[in-house]
Unconditional design. Structure first.
Length: 193
């Protein structure tokens, strides 16, 4: 059974994925890094800017990577913040049944949920090229829009506020090791396989 971590930018998905890997000896697959690898090192911004299809091109590449990653077993999948979205014909974000479905086929999805304002401030602080106030407000609006998608996708919700990364990893391991989750993932695999 795979463990897929979802959450907004700044939630600590990459850090917690590495901790889970240390505890379990499972490999970590970062969907964002795998997309870059598939595109010969191009950044996400370069992929979006250089494709006539823009963000849709990136979301399609992301689906391909998620689909491949979901074929593995016993992996930790560190998902990009937008893995739960696709774009409709007008370019608006919608829930991504195809990516979420691929992740659920062989794993459990854990949403690292945190305070939106804190996450936005943390994400903006990592990017010194953005004007702080506008960027924080814009990112908060995006995060607010995505909340129902995270809620719909999540099998397990882990609140991250005021918790240490090690504590979060231990909580995830405890909650995903319950036999009910393992049975559910097996049933999902048989239903779609």
């Amino acid at each position: 059974m795979n463990i897929a971590l979802i959450g907004m930018r700044g939630a600590g998905k990459s850090n917690i994925s590495r901790r889970l890997s240390l505890f379990t000896k499972r490999p970590v697959l970062s969907t964002d890094l795998l997309v870059r690898y598939e595109q010969e090192g191009q950044t996400i911004a370069e992929i979006v800017d250089q494709s006539p299809r823009g963000w849709q091109a990136f979301r399609d590449l992301e689906y391909q990577v998620v689909h491949k990653a979901s074929m593995l077993d016993e992996a930790i999948i560190d998902c990009g913040g937008g893995v739960i979205v696709d774009l409709n014909e007008r370019g608006e974000e919608i829930y991504s049944s195809r990516k979420v479905g691929a992740l659920k086929r062989t794993g459990v999805i854990v949403w690292l949920r945190g305070d939106i304002t804190k996450l936005a401030e943390k994400a903006v602080a990592k990017d010194p090229n953005r004007p702080t106030l506008d960027a924080t407000q814009s990112l908060e609006a995006l995060m607010q829009h995505r909340l129902p998608f995270y809620e719909k996708a999540a099998d397990i919700v882990v609140d991250i506020d005021n918790k240490k990364r090690k504590q979060l990893a231990e909580e995830i391991l405890t909650r995903t090791s319950e036999s009910a989750w393992q049975d559910l993932v097996k049933r999902r695999g048989h239903e779609t396989g």
